[in-house]
Ligand binder design. Structure first.
Ligand SMILES: Nc1ncnc2c1ncn2[C@@H]1O[C@H](COP(=O)(O)OP(=O)(O)O)[C@@H](O)[C@H]1O
Ligand SMILES: Cc1ncc(COP(=O)(O)O)c(N)n1
Length: 275
């Protein structure tokens, strides 16, 4: 008999972005381009564009659990990620469901504040991630401000990034990727600490653009996709970096503010030169 679930499937558990550039929309576009079937548990709905987040409302915990159950009843999820989780109550319900179901390796993107400055996770929600959800994470992917918030101190240097990664690993995540997109240095440097103690950095030239909406969602979704396809963690992270770099470099002109990335670019580099 044919295995009805042989096609690779991944899951994003996050908030929507009506502007299409971040959150679940960025996740699903990325997964599509990476060749996996994408599914979604909606935790919150935002009224958002490239200029900012105008409003958001979280979904009831009951309906969130029902979405998890629907997926579990019908799909074979090979890897999953979280993004915007709104507040502590929602972090808790996601934790309970991830404990209940086996959805494969779990990438925790601890989304706290949008590029436009809006807070997408309450302080209590941050504590719930730090004290609870992070313990389930196969990989956690904070940006610099998020990493500083998780360890409770400033990160001043690149060696400081590795020390921070170790502290974050000590919170319970198996693997850690600290993303270095924030700031204005000529080179962008991300630092990775793997479960086996191996560490490495990923450097690239900074693209001077404000069109960086959804960079974190995109790299974590590319990583999840590769994990769903069976890659080991290091290969999946290296792929994610290449994917997001192409998506940032090949700018598309959409919106008046922090514009979205080009999710086609990795598979079609060169095709956007004339646009
Ligand atoms: N201007 C940029 N030029 C090149 N790479 C970038 C730029 N901004 C972010 N990145 C890369 O995008 C990925 C996401 O990083 P970051 O923007 O720090 O995350 P977040 O969206 O969570 O704040 C990282 O791999 C980072 O190095
Ligand atoms: C629903 C949702 N999830 C995540 C982000 C973070 O993305 P960014 O930091 O690029 O604004 C966002 N703005 N909206």
């Amino acid at each position: 008999m044919n295995d009805v679930n042989s096609f690779p499937q991944a899951l994003t558990i996050a908030g929507t972005d009506s502007g299409g550039g971040a959150g679940i929309m960025a996740d699903m576009k990325t997964m599509q381009e990476c060749g996996v079937f994408s599914t979604a548990v909606v935790v919150a709905v935002t009224a958002q564009n490239t200029i900012g987040v105008q409003n958001f409302q979280a979904i009831s915990p009951k309906l969130i659990s029902e979405q998890f159950a629907s997926l579990n009843d019908d799909f074979k999820i090979k890897a999953c990620k979280t993004g915007m989780l709104a507040d502590a109550e929602h972090v808790e319900v996601v934790y309970d469901n991830l404990k209940k179901y086996d959805f494969g390796p779990f990438v925790l993107d601890p989304v706290m504040i949008a590029k436009g400055g809006s807070q997408l996770l309450s302080d209590e929600g941050i504590d719930a991630i730090k004290n609870k959800l992070i313990k389930l994470a196969t990989l956690v992917t904070p940006n610099m401000p998020e990493a500083e918030r998780l360890i409770g101190s400033k990160i001043e240097s690149q060696s400081g990034m590795l020390v921070a990664a170790k502290k974050i690993q000590d919170l319970g995540a198996k693997n850690v990727l600290i993303k270095g997109g924030h700031g204005d240095s000529e080179m962008v440097r991300d630092v990775v600490l793997l479960e086996n103690g191996e560490s490495f950095k990923m450097s690239s030239k900074r693209v001077h653009t404000i069109r960086t909406h959804g960079t974190g969602d995109t790299i974590s979704s590319a990583i999840v996709s590769r994990l769903a396809l069976g890659d080991d963690m290091k290969s999946a992270i290296l792929y994610g970096k290449d994917f997001v770099e192409a998506a940032i470099k090949n700018t598309i002109q959409v919106g008046h503010g922090h514009g979205p990335l080009n999710h086609w670019a990795y598979n079609a580099e060169g095709a956007f030169d004339e646009i």
